[in-house]
Write a protein that binds this ligand. Structure first.
Ligand code: UN1
Length: 438
């Protein structure tokens, strides 16, 4: 199928996702525990990437460059890669699948998806809509497959030489396993792993705006986004005021059944997540931190077995081991700084490099943060929190985050193979670099 026709399949998928937005959001909510607005937002993210990919299907551009030889054309062409294996995590059960799939399909690839075992209904629903779109558009059979499997199933996908690209979203330890296994067989990998996202708050920041940006990023999705804000690095002149406002705002958060529209914070995924949060809070205290608010389990009558928690704010004396770890729960570590260079050092001094932000009204400070000696992350924002990226930009990060880029911009190139073509229409056979032969 020509690329724009492949785009039609994705276009139809986007229409079906729009039609069934609420239905899919119900599944996402049931399995991942997101509040309604965030569950709907996740499905919207799929619809958005479908729109993007449909446009991309007419823009799989290759360059033409001047040849050094007369009567020659030098150009590049892009071709489908083959089968793309997609591994996704429970916290965003469907959107990252769609980022990969919408682009892979317009690029002419087929996809095999291994979703998290915790979110299979969302996966089956999403896949059923894609199957319907493919059928209606008379696409070849089996361009998309879902494999409901445990870790062993995931490993088979990773090790299978027929799978040209493994795109995996998940933890750093998972990526450490997947990366070398795929490299061993010279397959391609696209890794989007853990984040330990920080924000710097400068002395000129609008503190009311900062407060809203921080609370959404730190508390949204109960701190279970890979983009969740976990570290706040605040200038010493405003740290007390901002911390006080944050503690007050945390006190007003409504926590409980995510289906109830008045609640902003749903449950943690399971008991293990709750245990990890408690462990991190203990470690933080051992390392000189003071828990200013939160950490306690909140019991909800209608769902007594669910692990709801009061999001926590911990004041830390400075950099420490616990702050360098990604704990997948709503804990915000607050540190203070006096010089901007110190803030950057604290900010970049962690193994992960996904998302970052600065809150400031000082243009020079903002530019320094975005410069090559500023934030070392794949995403760097000004006056916006670390989470909630749009699909138009490339999504991914550096260091332990794995280096992959999904979603917008020119991420499509990861799903294609590039060929360089030289065409000789001169009737002679001049060799490059002036080499003489025969
Ligand atoms: C994730 O947590 O794995 O930027 C993805 C965001 C969302 C995607 C998060 N658009 O927060």
């Amino acid at each position: 199928m020509p690329a724009p026709e492949r785009g039609n399949v994705v276009k139809r998928w986007g229409e079906l996702l729009t039609e069934h937005k609420e239905d899919l959001a119900v599944l996402v909510q049931a399995e991942a525990g997101k509040i309604t607005s965030e569950a709907l937002g996740e499905v919207q993210e799929m619809i958005d990437i479908c729109d993007f990919a449909v446009g991309q299907s007419r823009m799989l551009y290759g360059k033409t460059m001047p040849s050094e030889r007369a009567g020659h054309r030098l150009m590049e062409t892009w071709h489908p890669l083959g089968v793309v294996g997609i591994i996704t995590a429970f916290n965003f059960p469907v959107a990252p699948y769609a980022w990969n799939t919408a682009l892979a399909l317009v690029c002419g690839d087929t996809v095999v998806w291994k979703p998290s075992e915790a979110t299979v209904l969302s996966a089956l629903g999403t896949n059923a809509l894609l199957e319907r779109a493919a059928r209606e558009c008379e696409a070849p059979n089996h361009i998309n497959q879902v494999v409901i499997a445990d870790r062993n199933g995931g490993q088979q996908l990773v090790d299978d030489p027929r799978v040209a690209l493994i795109s995996a979203t998940g933890s750093v330890p998972m990526g450490r396993e997947v990366g070398p296994r795929v490299a061993e067989r010279f397959g391609r990998v696209l890794l989007e792993l853990g984040g330990n996202n920080g924000a710097i708050v400068g002395p000129s920041a609008d503190l009311d705006l900062t407060l809203r940006g921080v609370v959404f990023a730190a508390v949204g999705t109960a701190g279970q986004r890979c983009t969740s804000m976990r570290r706040l690095i605040v200038h010493e002149s405003v740290v007390d005021e901002l911390t006080e406002k944050l503690v007050e705002a945390y006190g007003t958060l409504s926590i409980g059944d995510p289906r109830n529209e008045s609640n902003l914070v749903g449950p943690l995924m399971n008991e293990k997540s709750f245990g990890a949060m408690q462990e991190a809070l203990r470690e933080a205290q051992d390392q000189g931190g003071t828990v200013l608010t939160g950490g306690e389990r909140v019991l909800a009558e209608e769902l007594p077995e669910a692990y709801y928690v009061q999001p926590a704010i911990v004041r830390m004396p400075g950099q420490s081991d616990v702050v360098k770890k990604e704990t997948f729960a709503p804990i915000l570590y607050v540190m203070s700084y006096s010089e901007f260079s110190e803030a950057i050092e604290l900010h970049n001094g962690v193994p992960q490099g996904l998302s970052s932000a600065i809150f400031t009204n000082d243009q020079l400070e903002a530019e320094r943060f975005l410069s090559s000696s500023g934030s070392d992350c794949g995403i760097a924002n000004v006056n916006i929190g670390t989470s909630g990226a749009e699909i138009g930009g490339a999504f991914g990060g550096e260091k332990d985050t794995g280096g992959g880029r999904e979603s917008g911009s020119d991420s499509w190139k990861a799903y294609m193979r590039q060929a360089t073509n030289t065409v000789n229409y001169s009737g002679e056979l001049p060799l490059a670099q002036g080499v003489k032969f025969l």
